[in-house]
Design a protein around this ligand. Sequence first.
Ligand SMILES: [Zn+2]
Length: 800
Amino acid sequence: MTLRHDEALERSRTITLRSVQVELDLSSADNLDIPTFGSRSRLEIDCHEPGAGTFLDLKAESLHEVRVNGVLVEQPDWDGNRLRLSDLAEHNIVEVTATMRFSSDGEGLHRHHAAGDGTYLYAMSFLDAAPRWFCTVDQPDQKARHSFDVQAPDGWIVRGNDTDKPLASYLVTLVAGPWVEITRGRLGLLARRGLSDELHRDAEDLFEVTNACLAAYEDLIGIPYAFGDYLQVFAPDFNAGAMENPGCVVLREQFLHRGQATQAQRASRAGTIAHELAHQWFGDLVTMRWWDDLWLNESFAEYLGHRICTEHTQYPLWADFGLRRKTWGLAADKGPNTHPVAGNGAEDTTAALANFDGISYAKGAAVLRQLAAWMGDQAFFAGLRHHISTHAHGNASRADLVDAWRAQGVDGLDNWLDAWLTTSGPDRIQVLDGPLRLERVGTPKPRPHALHVEVRTPQGSLRDERRAVAHDDLTPLDLRHEPGDLVLPDADDTAWASIRPLVVGGADLTSVAAHRLPTTPRAALLGLLHDALRDARVAPGALQDQLLAMAAVEPDATLLAAALDLAHACATVWSPPDVRPARGARLADAALHLLEGAEPKGDHHLLAQRAVIASTTHTDVLHGLLAGETPRPLGPEERWRAIQSLVALGEDARLVDDELARDPSSSGQLHALTARASAPASSVKRAALDRVLHDAQASAYQVSAIAAGIFLPGQYALVQPLAVEWFAGISQTSRLRQGWGLTGTVRAGFPHGVADEQVLDAARRTLADPEVHPTVRRTLADGFDDLVRQSVSWKVCGAS
Ligand SMILES: [Zn+2]
């Protein structure tokens, strides 16, 4: 059941939650036959209208006893979600004793068990899952002191938010299990025992990044970190990248890379660390009143995380932001569910969860980056310091932040914020030929775009450049240029727009890839080619050729990874099925060539290995890699991908058993599920689909792993009928799963690249059904937008 904004407002008019004391009996948590645990909550609640009633949030298995001010409530009014209280006094003690269920979907109190490793628990309260493990008033403006008394099996380590400061319920956590823990001063790192080697291997890097960013934030914001020790727990089966629980951040354990990782992967982890640290102020210390101000959390954490990590650690992140985060956000902003960055209209918690998307993160961050450049760092950060210090340990809204900036005396702030924060959809910025002009097409309101425009010769040297602010519909560009030159309107990759460059004289967009550009404009170019592919403005075959030519000489590993990924997308989902084998073979040949020329210890070698594994149809090549016929043996993750590729090509699925014997870890078990579902046999696919649509026992991770093996781009004829069935059956999975587990399993199983009319019709039928759960509908609508774009790409440019 979802909480509406008006209900939250009404409840806060009636009561204030002062403190929450929780007793948890987890003493049998390591016995998997016992699915539940005891939870007793003691809530201190002030009532502003004595005599009035309210409700608490409680999603328990069973309710045993409710006492209000010591008096037993004979027949508690509890519907499985809400516990209604009546006739409250001015000050109340409410005691609730209940039995809760361990979860397997990554929300509430999640239990993970791995043979030979042990049982581990972590609590994920976000977004509205706190009542799945204790009784509370679950809304972000009810910040209260929390304390926990936990009974756990002998030898377990139990950690959580170790603070007496008030916390919103969505930020309350607990982790328990036989963790490995490494501490350094106030910092701590925890992981499963099975990842002990990886944790020790990476601890120095993790501490260094954390210390550097923590010091940078304290300096920048001028308020010390407020929540005691700072633990980072690498947890199994975690749905999100990480969760910013004050003083006890939970991260997905895949960040402790098994085997080899690229510098870009370590940089991405450093960026996540910096992001969660930013939340300790933006979200944790000052919390939004309601979810419609989600951007006050995520846009700031995303912007500051990228900036602080780039400026204070060895991991620069802006290229990756342009290549992965901006492309994600731009797709969302052009999609059917676009919304403004601020004031996203979260009328209830279900709608709020749906808005944790590329707009709240990437677009918000890009807009803040533009804002900081527009008003200057000094005013930008002075406003933030004022805002955080004024509302520390409380709540605030957009209006409070705007007031803090206004107090800095910045002119034109309201118009700027109005144009960027309250309107949705990206503008299109394009360069028009003879005479050169910038054209802005988009929102009717003027929107200032600060752009760095460059003219590059066909050899890549700079012919001319200038800074321009495009807010009108046409902006003249006084720049020297010759036929064949490339005019790139966002050469420093800081804009938020669908960017259309120009090759003077009218050459095709793919020819721009031939220009030899410096790193930043080259990254910007890759980003806009991604955008062009999604719009069917460029033929996937021609684009793939250009990308492979770029990849062959690309010195930067982050850009190489992006070029290879985009080339893979061109060869698969964006191309019609009949041309996929030829395009896949071109990619495999190019990747093998890269592999032969790459230095074995470098990132290029690892990226080429991965690209070969993902694209080759030569089983002897895959067997050779698995047998170690390569200067650098495959790591466990790459081995599993090679096994999956072999099974998908029709090799005996007993390969999976052999690999599991070699790698029986939790990660290995999940890879085995994916590999088995990849076999090109109708019976296998059907059984896998059956589990995705009907298995209520499997964890969200297990379902996603199975789903990831079904709709493979090289098995079109086999999986096309199953895509129709998937659309017919997916809506009822909202009865089996909830929250992020539901979103994640729908997303993991989405039949990308299966985009013929019959499948599109099946999708349309499901989307037209009014009974479809809003969470499923939102995820389907986003995926459907991709499918329609793919079908257009097939028709418009499939032949070339
Ligand atoms: Zn965040």
